[in-house]
Design a protein around this ligand. Structure first.
Ligand code: FAD
Length: 470
């Protein structure tokens, strides 16, 4: 069967992987990316410097034969290292052991690896080519280069992986309204840096870390954790980078009473705020003032669409279809799952893209909606609940029940991060499990007063067995 030519917009994370997966299946793939080639010009992502890769994303990378190369650049994160105001820390493991961990990867490194893979598989990549619009009746797209020169190009099957501000989405929306709704979170983020120990200016390291540096250690905090400073309505997190630094992200309300980005406007305001709330992190950021003033506040929002496609002509995926807030560390993972779902579907039915796009949307959209909701819920859990006694008690009960009834109880976080059961299933199952935990804990302030065998028996009786792949 003849295979349609693929015109893919966007060579970011999802575009890079999808181009690879389609080219590996023999599709002729051309990719148009508005930025210059990061392998030549350097990476200018504009979004987070590193991100968390979990099983869904890893599985998609395995389909392209890229998991091992990516893992060579990744840093294992075993759990959340919670920092309280007094600088005490406590590691809350994500899973039961080191088979259930997430991985911190560099966005730039991963993007460049994917571009190399796409080219190796035969995709042709065109940089400095911004999609302006599409004429679906004529089957053409309009592109603009950095000098402002425009050209019309005959398009193949159009796939939009051009991110949250997708130009292809805007073009489709002009022909078929997509029901677009963007819900801003009302909170933004700012990135800061804890450098590798070797890069601290002389005399700025606390004595214990100066000794660690002398022993040749690289990281100023525990390397194998996602660090969180939960403070109620706001928080900081930090993810490790392979060379020994951490990218710290401050999340705050955009406006309103202190603290918000409106009141913590510059380094002079931020320094006393950090001294009160994040003192142990502040002492590890020698370039705090410069970074705080130089780095922008990023916006956070969720994108909802009622439709992702235009007949058999065009389809959106990744952030172009479902941008979410980053608190479950799943935006890229969900986009990678899209790519791994679409490539075999197209491969099986290359002559009927309308049917393939409809099937893709049927499978993926409920799951995109579920992870969007869970990502917002996880913000509340991360910034408030990881330090809340009731949350910790529920978590401890969940762990005890997992040991006693492993086929009937698995935390929602583990279902999302360490399995590939559909997100919509994970959300529903999480609700049912949470309701049962609340019931079991009614009247108990500690697990000591609970009959654990009776609780496990209820779990086995009331929660159906988990799917085999969970
Ligand atoms: P993008 O990565 O945005 O790529 C889109 C590409 O299209 C870009 O290269 C862009 O230049 C190009 N483009 C845009 N417009 C045009 C145009 N008109 N013409 C041509 N090209 C165009 N996800 C996780 O899984 N784990 C995490 O830990 C995580 N952390 C995050 C932290 C933050 C602060 C943020 C903001 C996001 C985070 N995410 C995380 C989400 C993740 O970044 C996105 O889901 C992911 O980047 C989506 O990939 P994409 O390829 O769809 O879009």
């Amino acid at each position: 069967m003849t295979r349609p030519r693929i015109t893919l917009i966007g060579a970011g994370l999802v575009g890079g992987l999808l181009a690879t997966l389609l080219a590996q299946r023999g599709f002729r793939v051309e990719v148009f990316e508005r930025r210059p080639d990061p392998r030549v010009a350097g990476f200018t992502g504009g979004r987070s410097i590193n991100l968390a890769l979990a099983e869904r994303g890893l599985h998609a990378l395995r389909q392209a034969g890229l998991n091992e190369a990516v893992m060579r650049q990744a840093v294992m994160m075993r759990g959340r290292m919670v920092h309280d105001r007094d600088g005490r820390t406590n590691l809350q493991r994500y899973g039961v052991d080191d088979r259930e961990v997430i991985w911190s990867v560099s966005r730039g490194g991963l993007n460049m690896l994917l571009l190399d893979a796409a080219e190796r598989a035969g995709a042709s990549l065109h940089f400095g080519q911004r999609l302006l619009t599409a004429d679906f009746a004529a089957g053409t797209i309009e592109l603009e280069d950095p000098a402002g020169a425009r050209r019309t190009h005959a398009a193949g099957l159009l796939l939009g992986a051009d991110g949250a501000g997708s130009a292809l989405r805007a073009a489709i929306d002009c022909v078929t309204p997509l029901g677009e709704r963007v819900e801003p979170l009302g909170h933004g983020y700012k990135e800061l840096e804890i450098p590798p120990l070797a890069d601290f200016p002389a005399g700025t390291l606390p004595p214990a870390l100066a000794a660690a540096r002398a022993r040749g250690e690289r990281f100023a905090l525990e390397a194998h954790a996602l660090h969180i400073w939960p403070r109620g309505g706001y928080m900081c997190i930090a993810l490790p980078n392979a060379e020994g630094s951490f990218t710290v992200t401050l999340f705050l309300p955009n406006t309103g009473a202190h603290p918000s980005f409106a009141t913590v406007r510059n380094a002079a305001k931020a320094r006393p705020f950090f001294r009160d709330d994040f003192a142990d992190a502040l002492e590890l950021m020698p370039a705090f003032d410069v970074d705080y003033d130089a780095h922008p506040v990023g916006a956070l929002a969720t994108l909802y669409l009622d439709r992702w496609r235009l007949g058999g002509q065009a389809l959106l995926l990744g952030d172009a279809a479902h941008a979410i807030v980053p608190f479950h560390g799943q935006g890229m993972n969900a986009g990678f799952e899209d790519a791994a779902e679409l490539a075999p579907l197209l491969d099986a039915e290359p002559g009927d893209p309308a049917a393939v796009f409809a099937e893709f949307e049927r499978r993926r959209r409920p799951n995109a909606e579920a992870i969007a909701a869970m990502a917002i819920e996880n913000y509340i859990e991360m910034r408030d609940a990881v330090a809340d006694p009731h949350f910790l008690l529920k978590r401890a009960l969940g762990e005890a029940l997992t040991q006693r009834a492993p086929r009937h109880f698995k935390s929602r976080y583990r279902l999302v991060s360490f399995t590939r059961v559909p997100y919509a299933y994970a959300r529903e199952r999480g609700r049912a499990q949470d309701a049962l935990l609340e019931e079991l804990l009614r009247g108990h302030a500690s697990l000591d007063t609970l009959d654990m065998e009776a609780a496990a028996a209820r779990v086995r009786a009331e929660l159906p067995p988990l799917p085999a792949d969970a």
